[in-house]
Design a protein around this ligand. Sequence first.
Ligand code: BES
Ligand code: MN
Ligand code: MN
Length: 456
Amino acid sequence: MNPVIDYIHAHRDRYVHELTEYLAIPSISALPEHRQDVRRCADWTVNELGRIGLEHVQLFETAGHPVVYGDWLRAPGAPTLLVYGHYDVQPVDPLDLWESPPFEATVRDGEIYARGAADDKGQVFMHLKALQAHLATRSSLPVNVKVIIEGEEEVGSANLDQFVRDHREDLAADAIVISDSPMFERGVPSICYGLRGLIYYEIRLRGSARDLHSGSYGGAVANPAFVLAQVLSQMKDRGGRVKIPGFYDEVRDLTEAERAEFKRLPFNESHYRKELGAPRLTGESGYSTLERVWGRPTFEVNGLLSGFTGDGAKTVIPAVAMAKVSMRLVPDQDPDTIAARFEAYLRKVVPRTVEIVVERMHGGKPWLADVDNPFVQAASRALEAGFGQRPVLTREGGSIPVVATFQETLGVPSVLYGIGLPDENAHAPNERLDLSNLHNGIVATACFYEEASRPS
Ligand code: BES
Ligand code: MN
Ligand code: MN
């Protein structure tokens, strides 16, 4: 392995330049005006896969943004790994809170700042550089790899499920490896064995055909903003439990062993609270913070819009009120089942004084893996080699929709380890990635490909 690792050390500066180029492409999958940028980013990814020495490099059109594929299958008898990541990024608003432009990557204090630095271009890049280091020094890889980088993760991977089903045989592998999650904390490499699922809704209430003078009409018609507040207040009780009938029916309890493992992690509740700027932590009673975020479902209000919000005062009854709400799900909650129960409950609690329109948006299934598998052990050895520390096992509260699809369609284990840090502002202004984590991550990933060639 030494020549491979020497190669990585020798190219440390070049990596920053190349990643800067990748991060310069505003591949915001959610915004139609960035459609061409997303495609440009797919093209960049195609070129990069070719440049590092992968074969059969292809761009696949979908009904949405393209999927990029490349492979290297010249290690007969060795395992095959499917490497997954995404080249699309989240929108950047509010722009004025960025200290440097989101698509002009800037290095400050050993961190590279840009949208996509941590989620997920930086971590995709880590895999590509690890593969390149092997191919450039040895003209071969210790394993077979199939690399699939998509452009719709941040909008729910709506077209990827079909792609995976259509290419089930082409994507066959012994394990899947994904780097799209954070480390537990700085200096603590982590392997993630669980993700929450998601369902997401937009709800619109209408109380009248137009905005009304609140003096002339106040008291005579429903105020949709107020009705919306009342409706939302019925979604959770004071103990933080979701009140949708049947919501918890299929929830798999955390095991005692798991709760004990979580307690052993170096989690500092007061640092966590202070770093978030939250006056108090709160959540479902009977559960610790990590248990709440990793192992329990939630109901969240993601956005609210209604009425007059400008300077000063305006006496008006808004005609409409809108909320974006979502639920994070855990095994064995099924998104469609929970969605049906939510919609039925919603229609029950919304009074007939308003008209309601409900639109279901993206989502994904929860995922929980058996960590007792040789590829997890290979990742563990590799992370120790790259970071000088044995990794901890974590679950995560976030969602990666395709992971459950891989599980169902390909039936092989996924190994998730990431190099982002929890405070690196994924989805927020000033997203960044620590460059020494990137560097150690490239080393660890190069070792992972080696270790995965002899899983035991
Ligand atoms: N990389 C994240 C998923 C993630 C977040 C994993 C935190 C582990 C910890 C991914 O890019 C993401 O943001 N997913 C969305 C999915 C949604 C758009 C369907 C999410 O979790 O909100
Ligand atoms: Mn991601
Ligand atoms: Mn994301």
